[in-house]
Ligand binder design. Structure first.
Ligand code: BTN
Length: 239
């Protein structure tokens, strides 16, 4: 059973969870906030975190957290959230490597994983009730409200997600990386045979995805026939 601490407002649930993890919080402890004033996204970006519009939380996972397992833990979190969102909304979700949950091709959930000493911090933001988004992300973001036309409660959504994270974390402990990798490949339209371009920071890689390697990194086959392994980067359709 997870211990969940709700805050009305935090700068971000990530540093609060890191502090708590360093004080010895047990596996499954959750820091959640109704609102974040400095929500953190991946690659140093900001995560929009208005009160009442989204679910914002960080779960402390004390799993076999060798650095080598982080990519697959990240994939497992995407699987858990996608399954919960489908359960609650009745809508099909897609996964974009490594762990964005997409609805109608747009991002409905973002996941940020960090290693904090021996714990993994799983930071999850779900767009629930936004009617609109700031212009700079309006074309690439969506919410459950925009797709379903009804309101969703953050605490109910959290209650759907947590047992699924437990399930996938236990599966990883018990059976290793393979089941998660295969499930992700089955659940993601981006994992295999998709023309993508990947922003690698200094350069853009273009090619067709070719599944995941044994650690969970993305294989991309380039037009010259060679393969490149993507360790991190923003994946987008290549049209
Ligand atoms: C991404 O850029 O896709 C990751 C977004 C992660 C956002 C969540 S909201 C809860 C937790 N606290 C944060 O400040 N960020 C993560």
């Amino acid at each position: 059973m997870s211990q969940i601490v709700w805050h009305e407002e935090l700068p971000s649930t990530m540093p609060e969870a890191a502090r708590w993890a360093n004080e010895g919080a047990p596996h499954g402890s959750v820091v959640a906030a109704r609102k974040q004033t400095a929500g953190q996204g991946r690659h140093g970006r900001r995560w929009e975190s208005e009160a009442g519009t989204g679910l914002y939380f960080t779960e402390i996972l004390r799993v076999r957290a060798a650095a080598a397992d982080l990519p697959v833990i990240t994939l497992a979190l995407g699987l858990a959230v996608a399954e919960a969102l489908t359960q609650v909304s009745g809508l099909a979700m897609d996964l974009r490597w490594p762990n964005d949950v997409l609805l109608d091709g747009r991002k409905v959930c973002g996941i940020l994983t960090q290693l904090e000493q021996s714990a993994v911090l799983a930071g999850i933001g779900v767009n629930l009730n936004q009617r609109e988004f700031p212009p700079e992300i309006a074309a690439v973001a969506t919410s459950l409200w925009l797709a379903c036309g009804r309101e969703f409660r953050a605490d109910e959504m959290l209650a759907e997600i947590l047992p699924r994270i437990d399930f996938y974390a236990a599966l990883l402990e018990r059976e290793g990386r393979q089941p998660i990798l295969r499930l992700f490949e089955r659940s993601s339209s981006y994992a295999m045979g998709r023309r993508v371009q990947v922003d690698l920071g200094g350069r853009v890689l273009q090619g067709v995805t070719d599944g995941l390697d044994e650690l969970g990194f993305l294989r991309v086959r380039k037009e010259d026939g060679t393969q490149e392994l993507v360790l991190a980067g923003g994946v987008r359709p290549w049209v």
